[in-house]
Ligand binder design. Sequence first.
Ligand code: PMP
Length: 406
Amino acid sequence: MTLDIANIRKDFPILDQKVYNKPLIYFDSAASSQKPLCVLKKEEQLHVEYYGNIHRGAHYLADQATNDYEAVRDLVKDFIHAKSREQIIFTKGTTESINLVAFSYGEAFVAKGDEIIVTEMEHHANIVPWQMMAERKGAKIVKLPFADDGRLEIELLDQLITEKTKLIAVAHVSNTLGTINPVKEIISKAHAKGVKVLVDGAQAMSHLKVDVQELDADFYVFSAHKIYGPNGVGIMYGKKELLSQMPPYQGGGEMISQVTFEKTTYNELPYKFEAGTPHITGVIAFGEAIRYLQNLNIEEVATYEHQLLDYATGKLLEIPGMQIYGTQKEKSGAITFNIEGIHPFDLGTMLDKMGIAVRTGRLCADPVMDHYQQPAMIRISFAVYNTLEEIDQFIDALKKLVAMLG
Ligand code: PMP
């Protein structure tokens, strides 16, 4: 391995601090990753040197900011290997990207009685927008279940896809179970029956190399803040033939071509879907995050994170009463668990006081909690800046708490 983790950690000064007088261990990167200095500095540089509103070409600062903003669109296009820059729409996050698709695709393509397949392991952001659309259009949501080990039961798709099915919404990587879903296979099954697929890549982008053309995804969405970029920036990638038939999601400046009180015409792609002033500094700084990840080499990052995952899983399983949810071999980023007889909130609160940041609760995935009949769970998740030593310290802390609370 060529990754120099000690050096990488220097790029993330937030990690080098004490909380409650204990060295911080940050195991909550699936919720949001920390940002390297290059990202933070870019945002500052923009505000100090050339901030102006984009696409309004009125002056030097606006031109500079516009050029950088649009350059990031090209960078994202290459990063996910999209065919053209018009297919990259900036949003404020995965949630907004899915809402955009659910609304616009729904308006263009979904009619009364149609069906949308949503998997049981989705984050609420990939369930609720479809339900809202289904309610508006008189469509129906059909659940694709997962097995207890966290495997999506994709063989059921043969039965679940009917002539009424319009789209399948599926996470590339589950935020609770960590499962890497076989999205390529799902897409090919769906396409064989003329069904479109939206892939929620929120938990995949920092761990896997994604090629939207190879996957043949119809829509692929993700958030910058989970891959070392700023919060408030998201991506919606879509196939051009779909995007060009879909109506705008929001109205306002930039998304129009001409406005009169009699009739308004809309701008071309991608601007048709980018109403109003976007998160200019966020998008431009996101470019630095992509470069940062590319410089590290995403395959090496993935291998390293997998090593952390395997090591932590082995150590967790030494603890009596340990129940890990999601035990697939094809797994990435996160481990979710409970310990028999101990409430996850008690454990989470006490870990926090020991300087260890974990996620506790229903993980924005009520159907997953219901599947296992658990009120809440604990999730630890890793990024490139985490270490085996941190895992050892976490396991020591956990063992102490189990002895105390168990
Ligand atoms: N989908 C998945 C799988 C997620 O993990 C998350 C974030 N927890 C989201 C969607 C929503 O992302 P955001 O809050 O950035 O819109």
